[in-house]
Design a protein around this ligand. Sequence first.
Ligand code: 5GP
Length: 114
Amino acid sequence: MSEKTLFQKILDQDIPSELVYQDDQCGAFRDINPQSPTHLLVVPREPLPGIADMEERHETLIGHLFRIATEVARREGLDHGYRLVINQGEHGQQTVPHLHIHVLGGRPMSWPPG
Ligand code: 5GP
């Protein structure tokens, strides 16, 4: 079996962190280096390296990840809105090669992103 990714270790609680949500397909936890007052990561248990690795068979899973992102945003009280972000690859500034959706909220965001 291949070695677990960092985010698999967090979802499995090999690395302690506060899981704000978990089910059989995914989990959500707080980013270690928050970029906004609320900054969560929604991560599938399947260690897809990035959104570019998505195949047709992942359509239901990816839909689930987005639904859970909206659910944790609601639970965090982000009633004024929030931003969902997926960084892909080098130019997308992805640093952890295990797919994740950033849930950023608690302050107004700017546009365009950097
Ligand atoms: P990316 O740059 O790949 O889109 O996002 C990776 C995110 O994972 C970053 O926002 C980074 O702060 C977060 N991160 C990296 N290592 C850890 C960790 O060990 N624990 C947690 N909770 N977040 C991490």
